[in-house]
Design a protein around this ligand. Structure first.
Ligand code: T1G
Length: 699
């Protein structure tokens, strides 16, 4: 046997156990081990059936993603799945945890499948820019039908055991011990002389899968699949499952899988998969640094952000003390929280009883004295340094020793805030993104004196409240906003040069952004950005810097909330507004900025090279730990499409020399202030290197 696959027998049932922590990924040694175990089982005359089961926390969670950039070593997974199916004796897959991707495909190569009630099964390859490449696109429609199979493969979302049982993916649910239950189930199948059921030979029910069905399915998936390569490949594979014999359709799956795997989309999405797991690894904060206990949380400020922040902890079942300055503000905030949860009840995401239970965890107060026992306090008051300092001085006196005092500031100097307390080691930034109860991203800001265990605590809490927590350093805007501002700056500069806001937004949208830069400002509020820029002590000494934010704010054109901003709004529909063009023309004349004809290529370069250059700077300065951290921030907080991988990954796909030359071109045209290349970018470009190689060399 191998060190990751063992073979045993219980009576007349063989038990093949995979033990390849942490998730039993089907890497080479596992595939070889199972291959040999099947041969052993076939040759074992005393074994009438076999159970394939996994040790540890889960059934096989997929092919080994880390192997995709290396040559495949036989036996490859599709061949192993076929070998399972071809076995002349009956094999039962015993599922717990999450049978995902190649894991579910392996289970579908078996003749029967059983699972514990808490198990989940899925084909999430689309999240990696791939498709199920070990016969999943062919076997799942045969078990669950075309619609269910498409829904699972295009959403990438797993389904629970009951759902899988109901849809024919799992044959029976095992109560109690899985191994014993699976062995008993195999014995029952033998006793009943159950047939060897080979999924590939089952018919696909194509009765509903008409041309109109696929056309309608494509229409429905368009919004979520916009710009992605893999979803269409999956649909084509399922069309082949309906129209072609198994072997021919399987050949298509293989060809399309290779197309997906070779795409930059998949490289980008696999990069983000690992980068999102890398973010919790902080060089000077190892497992030896214990997190502090956090059972009770307080939030200062019951406004939009404070209420949203509070909901994250309520959703994790943690009591939250919510403090406001006056009763009206408090009641308003509580009302918004209730309304948000009532919307969840309406959508069936929670029951009315659960709503009341959740709201029962809130302890509203006007008195700082009620914070005395809080383990963590998050300040979410107005983005103004003087106000934040006042709040932190009060917290310093009111809170117990060891309580962590966090600021939700989105840009301000955390060290300045910490300096008003006697406990700077307990002060940290927890920058949530609006809407705070929805957006995944959480920037955790490390102050100069923030204690390592306070950081460990915040990183743990991020996972507990299901946020993507990225550690960043102190500078104006930390990483996200700091790298996003140059993108906004270039957008608004090009409007002054005569490009319509909707034209710029369309270039960004076509590139893949969820919204264009000008639409984002209108959504968040022109006044929000105006105030941010006003607080920025080191803002560029340039009267044209985001000039339109200032002018539109002064005109009361605050964006969606006031019905007009960069666009005018008819309901939620953004309509280009000729008035803004005229405003820009006048401002440009006053600033001496000449109108130019700017093509889409330049618009795209100026938007994204500005972002890349600033991203390189935050890496140079150590504000971000890794290029992947910058990428994770933009994929989870700024609507950058996952198939681009993030600003730094995207720069690598373009080639840093090309980016560097482009920045030098704009430097020659617009000067040093904005277009001086980052030293890191310049160095890597001249070496013909990449951000990825630079990061790898530093680990
Ligand atoms: N391959 C390699 N490593 C993996 C892995 C995988 N499939 N899944 C997880 N890991 C590592 C991960 O990097 C981390 O490592 C550790 O395991 C714990 O993961 C042919 C082509 C299973 C739900 O897409 O969704 O099969 O950081 O932190 O939160 O058709 O991992 O500790 O060093 O995420 O408990 C399809 C991907 C692959 C599932 C567990 N399968 N994994 O979540 O732990 S493609 C997937 C997950 C494929 C076939 C195709 C989650 C999880 P480290 P974790 P978790």
């Amino acid at each position: 046997m191998s060190d990751v696959v063992s073979y045993a027998r219980e009576g007349n049932i063989a038990v093949i156990t995979i033990d390849n922590p942490p998730v039993n990924a089907m890497g080479y040694s596992t595939r070889l081990g199972v291959w040999n175990a099947i041969d052993q089982f076939a040759a074992d005359g005393a074994a009438q059936a076999a159970v394939l089961i996994c040790a540890g926390r889960t059934f096989i969670a997929g092919a080994d993603i880390s192997e995709f950039d290396k040559p495949i070593q036989d036996p490859w997974l599709p061949a192993l799945v076929q070998k399972l199916e071809d076995c002349p004796k009956l094999i039962v897959a015993a599922i717990h945890g999450t049978a995902l991707g190649g894991g579910l495909e392996t289970a579908m190569g078996c003749h029967y499948r059983c699972a514990v009630a808490a198990a989940k099964v899925g084909l999430p390859e689309v999240n990696l820019g791939l498709l199920p490449g070990a016969s999943g696109t062919q076997r799942l429609p045969r078990l669950a039908g075309v619609q269910k199979a498409l829904d699972m493969m295009i959403s990438g979302k797993p389904v629970g055991a009951a759902d899988a049982h109901q849809n024919g993916i799992v044959d029976t649910i095992i109560d109690g011990d899985l191994r014993a239950g699976a062995v008993a189930y195999a014995e029952k199948l033998i006793a009943e002389m159950a047939p060897i059921r080979r999924v590939s030979r089952l018919p696909v029910d194509g009765s509903q899968a008409t041309l109109e069905f696929f056309a309608e399915f494509r229409r429905q998936m368009q919004r979520q699949a916009r710009g992605f390569f893999a979803p269409e490949q999956i649909v084509k594979c399922v069309e082949a499952a309906v129209t072609l014999p198994y072997d021919q359709a399987l050949k298509q799956e293989r060809e399309r899988f290779e197309l997906c795997k070779a795409s930059t989309h998949s490289a980008a999405q696999r990069h983000l998969f690992f980068a999102e797991r890398e973010i919790s690894k902080i060089p000077d904060i190892g497992k030896d640094v214990a997190a502090r206990r956090v059972e009770s949380v307080a939030v200062i400020g019951a406004g939009t952000m404070g209420g949203g922040i509070a909901m994250n902890f309520l959703n994790a079942g943690m009591p939250v003390t919510l403090l406001e300055m006056d009763r009206n503000g408090l009641d308003r905030g509580l009302g918004v929280i209730r309304k948000n949860y009532e919307a969840n009840v309406k959508k069936g995401r929670m029951t009315a009883e659960q709503l009341e239970q959740t709201l029962g965890l809130i302890r509203p107060t006007l008195d700082y004295g009620d914070l005395a026992n809080a383990d963590l306090v998050i300040e979410a008051v107005f983005e103004n340094m003087a106000i934040k300092k006042e709040v932190f001085a009060t917290l310093d006196a009111a809170c117990k020793p060891g309580a962590i005092l966090a600021s939700n500031t989105s840009t301000l100097d955390l060290n300045e805030i910490a300096a008003v307390t006697r406990r700077p080691e307990d002060v940290i930034g927890m920058h949530f993104f609006a809407p705070a109860n929805v957006m995944q991203l959480l920037e955790i800001v490390r102050g100069a004196r923030t204690a390592r265990d306070a950081i460990a605590t915040a990183m743990d809490l991020a996972k507990r409240i299901r946020k993507v927590g990225v550690l960043v350093g102190v500078c104006f805007g930390f990483v996200g906003n700091r790298v996003f501002f140059p993108y906004l700056r270039e957008a608004q500069r090009m409007i002054l040069e005569g490009v319509a806001p909707d034209h710029i937004d369309k270039v960004a949208w076509d590139w893949g952004m969820a919204m264009g830069p000008n639409a984002v400002v209108d959504l968040s509020g022109v006044d929000v950005f105006y105030k941010l820029f006003s607080e920025w002590k080191g803002r560029p000494d340039d009267p044209a810097f985001c000039r339109l934010t200032t002018v539109l704010n002064g005109l009361g054109r605050l964006g969606q909330k006031s019905g007009r901003g960069f666009y005018k709004y008819e309901g939620r529909d953004a309509v280009p507004d000729p008035e803004v063009i005229e405003i820009a023309r006048q401002e440009a004349a006053a600033l001496g900025i000449a109108a130019r004809t700017i093509g889409d290529g330049e618009i795209e370069e100026r938007l994204f090279y500005a972002m890349i250059n600033e991203g390189a700077r935050v890496l140079e300065e150590g504000i971000a730990l890794r290029p992947g951290d910058v990428d994770v921030i933009f994929a989870n907080g700024y609507g950058l499409p996952r198939y681009r991988g993030g600003p730094m990954f995207y720069a690598d796909t373009l080639g840093l020399k090309r980016v560097y030359d482009g920045i030098c071109k704009y430097r020659a045209q617009y000067g040093d202030l904005y277009w001086t290349p980052s030293l890191l970018l310049e160095k890597l470009a001249q070496e013909g290197s990449t951000f990825a190689a630079w990061a790898k060399a530093r680990t």
